[in-house]
Design a protein around this ligand. Structure first.
Ligand SMILES: [Fe+2]
Length: 151
């Protein structure tokens, strides 16, 4: 699938500070991949990116579950698809040039992930906000609580 590649910008801020900070962190990490540098360092960065994505997706899924987001199952599938692409890259990276790795990371983060935020992540925001307003304790999430405090 072809995506327009884009950098992180306020256009993809969902308005939940923890989530936005994690998204930005992933774009920052992706921006460190370039064709130069040494293979070992690039492979380490790739492992770090993969780990960070895993943590971010888990936290997002816990938040969606806590807020009874109705399309959680479909969202989980998208996360699974992305994790698989990232694991594939991690596995193949040893046989790839640094330019190829950098291109693939760009495709994944500045393409797939950027579009995922715009479409799928923005879709859960109303559920998170509604949960924060109706029962701030049940939705035991920092973001949700902060949102209800902000009105
Ligand atoms: Fe997501």
């Amino acid at each position: 699938m072809d995506f327009e590649l884009a950098e992180w910008s306020s256009k993809i801020e969902v308005g939940l500070p923890t989530i936005d900070a994690q998204h930005q962190q992933l774009f920052d990490l992706a921006a460190t991949f370039r064709g130069d540098g040494d293979q070992i360092r690039v492979l380490k960065s790739l492992a770090m990116l993969t780990e960070y994505v895993k943590v971010h997706f888990r936290e997002e899924e816990e938040m969606m579950a806590a807020c009874h987001y109705p399309r959680l199952a479909a969202h989980r599938l998208l996360h699974g698809e992305f994790r698989r692409m990232l694991f594939d890259l991690l596995e193949n990276a040893k046989r790839m040039t640094l330019d190829e790795i950098a291109d693939e990371v760009k495709y994944l983060i500045n393409g797939w992930f950027y579009n995922h935020i715009l479409v799928a992540d923005f879709d859960y925001v109303p559920s998170v906000k509604a949960a924060a307003i109706s029962s701030p304790h049940a939705a035991d999430r920092q973001d949700a609580i902060r949102l209800s405090a902000d009105g």
